[in-house]
Design a protein. Structure first.
Length: 139
């Protein structure tokens, strides 16, 4: 798989619990659309939840721990890519960790990719299409 495809899949997998859950996690104003600012805020919230030691970086172990916690909350994540591989797809400085800046930049790239009609918001249809594309890429 090409690096750009790995990055796209990593971002989809990383953001999928928030962006595709169909809940109000990212759609904070309840209008049925996710704006760029809502998406950014949701991605930041996710990063903060994963950064358990608060050092501004997320390791594979921290990501795994967050995924396990979500499973215990009854919010399983249906994907097979390892946390280390997700990080590798977004780790622009190659240090094996995901910084807040790397995560934010990756989330912004993913938003732009998912916004297929370029209106600055993600519709339920755009989010569903991105989730379905992720499922196909994993197979």
């Amino acid at each position: 798989m090409k690096n750009s495809a790995k990055l796209a899949m990593a971002m989809t997998l990383l953001l999928s619990p928030l962006a595709f859950a169909g809940d109000k996690t990212m759609d904070s104003n309840g209008d049925g659309m996710v704006s760029a600012s809502e998406h950014s805020a949701g991605a930041q919230k996710m990063f903060t939840a994963m950064d358990s030691n608060g050092d501004g970086n997320v390791t594979a172990a921290e990501m795994d721990a967050r995924h396990q916690a979500r499973m215990k909350e009854g919010k399983p994540m249906a994907h097979s890519m390892s946390s280390a591989d997700k990080i590798k797809g977004m780790d622009t400085n190659g240090d094996g960790m995901l910084s807040a800046a790397e995560h934010s930049a990756g989330a912004q790239r993913k938003f732009t990719e998912m916004d297929t009609n370029h209106d600055g918001s993600l519709s339920q249809a755009e989010m569903k299409a991105a989730h379905e594309a992720m499922a196909v890429q994993e197979k």
